[in-house]
Design a protein. Sequence first.
Length: 332
Amino acid sequence: MSTTFKKQLSDFINRVHDSITSTRGREIVLFLVFLLISYIFWLLLTLNNEVQEDLEVPITLTNVPDSVTLISDVPPSLKVSVRDKGSSLVRYSWGEVPTMKINWDNYRHSSGKFLLGTADLNARLRDYFGANSQIVTITPDSMRINYTTSPGRRVAVKVNADVRPALGWTVFGPVTANVDSVWLYSVDDLPHSLNSVETVPIVRSGLKDTTKFDARIEPIPGIRIIPDRIILTVPVEPLIARKQYVSVIGKNVPNDYTLITFPSKVEVSYLVPMSEFNSEPYVLKAYVDYNEARHARNGKLKVTMSLMPELYRNASMTPDSVEYIIEPKRAQ
C-alpha cells in the first residue's frame, strides 16, 4: 500500500471520527438509534396484529395422466385476499410464495371435466395458509377444466400474412413456418370439414432483413390447438443492380428486306435479389417492328422488351429507341 493512499485513508477515518464525536454527530447517531428502536417496536406490533394481504398464489396440477389433454386453460395463479396475523403472512409478503399443488385425481370427473368448487378451493387455501387464516376473496373462485382422452386430429396450418419490404429490399421466397401442421383436440367430435387452421393476421412493412415472427394460431372455441403458436420466417434480401446487353431483333420484316438498327444492342438495367446476382442471366430479347417504320419520326423505331422474369425488378432500357435502315436483300 502506497504512502499516499495510507495518508488519504487515515485522513478520511479521522474526519469520520471527528464528525461522529462532535455534538452534532452525537445528536444524529442518537436520533438514528431511537429511529431503529421505534421501527423494531412497530414491526413487532404489526406482526402481532391481524392484517389482510392480497397475494398471488401459483398453482399446478399434479398426477395428470399422459393420455389426458386439457382443453381449457389452467390459470397459472390465484389472486387471494387473506386475513391472518402479520407474523403468519410475513413469509408470503417478503419471501417467495410457494406453489400450491392440486392433485388431478381428487377432482377429476368421468364426464370430461375437472371441477374444483368454491368450498373445496377455500379449504385448500386454508390448509395452504394455515388453520387460523381467513380467506376473504379468491379470483377465480373455482376451477372448471374440460379435458379429453380421445386422440387428436392433425391439420395443416395456413399462414395469413401481409409482409412488405423496405425500399431497395424484396421478399424473395415464400413465408415459411417452423411447423406445417398442428394437433386439434376437443371434448366433442371434431367437424369433418375442419382440416386446416390459420394464423392470426400479421401485417408488417419496412422489412430490411430476413425476419422471424411469433404467430398465434386463430383460436377455435371449444378446441385445444397444440402448438397454438408458431414461428414464421420471412426471407428478405437487398436488391442489387445488374446490367445486360441485348441484341435488337426486327419483327414483321418481309423476307426480301433486311432491317438494320443503330445501335444493334441496347443496355437493360434491373434489380435482382442479392442471392441471384451471380446466377446465369435470363435470355432477354428486344424488338423493333417493321410495320411501325412508315409512322416513325426522326428515323427512329421504339424498342420493345420481351417479358421480364418476375425476379427482375424496376427494369429500364437504354436507349429506348434506335435508328434504322431498311435494305433489300441481294439476290443469291
